[in-house]
Design a protein around this ligand. Structure first.
Ligand code: HPA
Length: 248
């Protein structure tokens, strides 16, 4: 079974790779995962791709069964997870189109099943480095090799959605130190940590956050920017898996 999984969000199903559904049950002890994992080859590495919003894209960020998705990947023996998320840009460096590799996260979401802790097991995991440093550095190196424009570090603020934020909420997040805003970064990262699966995140900035441009946030524009940005995510992944092959 492949050791790598890529969890993809909006727009990522347009990635230019040949993938086919894996014939496994989506049922886990935490309920149903979002979609059948897709399997395919990047270079000589076989990977799993999981669409967190389902196929077709229909599950809202707050309604995603993050625990089932992570439990399914664990059951498949996944050893490292690359998360791809689209986000809005708050900080000036988080310009539309860049690839942003956060190194910290603030969770503003609420009411989501955010832990595997139960009456038998209690996970008090260290989360001072929410993203796996080694995997993050390898992804950054791959992005540099592929000559992609990146921002290496900053705070991801995870909102509840599915509506976008008010400018006042964005100002508050800015004051808190958030550079980017998305709706799906948590509890995914925390759950991966509970399972001790190294996890790193690459974000594609697809719009200025609310109040950070003269225009309101328009879904059609977001879809176009996401689609063109996914080509860069594709180049990042190819570069990453090619570098892996060279190391082996
Ligand atoms: N806010 C929250 N999530 C997002 C945004 C945004 O502006 N853009 C893409 N995902």
């Amino acid at each position: 079974m492949p050791a790598y999984a890529v969890i993809v969000g909006s727009g990522a199903l347009t990635l230019p790779f040949d993938f086919e559904p894996l014939d496994v049950s989506l049922r886990t002890r935490y309920g149903e995962a979002s979609a059948a994992p897709l399997t395919g080859q990047l270079g000589s590495t076989k990977i799993i791709m999981l669409a967190r919003h389902g196929i077709p894209h229909r599950i809202a960020p707050h309604a995603i069964n993050y625990r089932a998705n992570l439990a399914l990947l664990q059951d498949l023996g996944i050893e490292r997870i690359i998360a791809v998320n689209t986000v809005g840009g708050i900080a000036p460096e988080a310009k539309t189109g860049v690839l942003f590799f956060p190194d910290q996260i603030i969770d503003y979401s609420w009411g989501r099943e955010q832990s595997f802790s139960d009456f038998n097991k209690l996970y008090h995991v260290d989360f001072s480095e929410p993203y796996d440093q080694r995997l993050r550095n390898e992804l950054l190196a791959a992005a540099t090799l592929a000559q992609l424009e990146v921002v290496a570090g900053g705070v991801y603020g995870c909102t509840q959605g599915p509506r976008f934020e008010t400018p006042a909420e964005i100002n508050r997040m800015d004051n808190d130190g958030c550079a980017i805003v998305g709706m799906t970064g948590m509890p995914e990262a925390g759950l991966a940590r509970e399972l001790a699966i190294p996890y790193a995140c690459v974000c594609l900035v697809v719009n200025p956050a609310a109040g950070r441009s003269a225009d309101s946030i328009d879904l059609d524009t977001l879809a176009i920017v996401s689609r063109s940005g996914m080509e860069r995510i594709g180049r990042l992944l190819v570069s990453f898996f090619e570098s892996l092959e060279e190391q082996n």
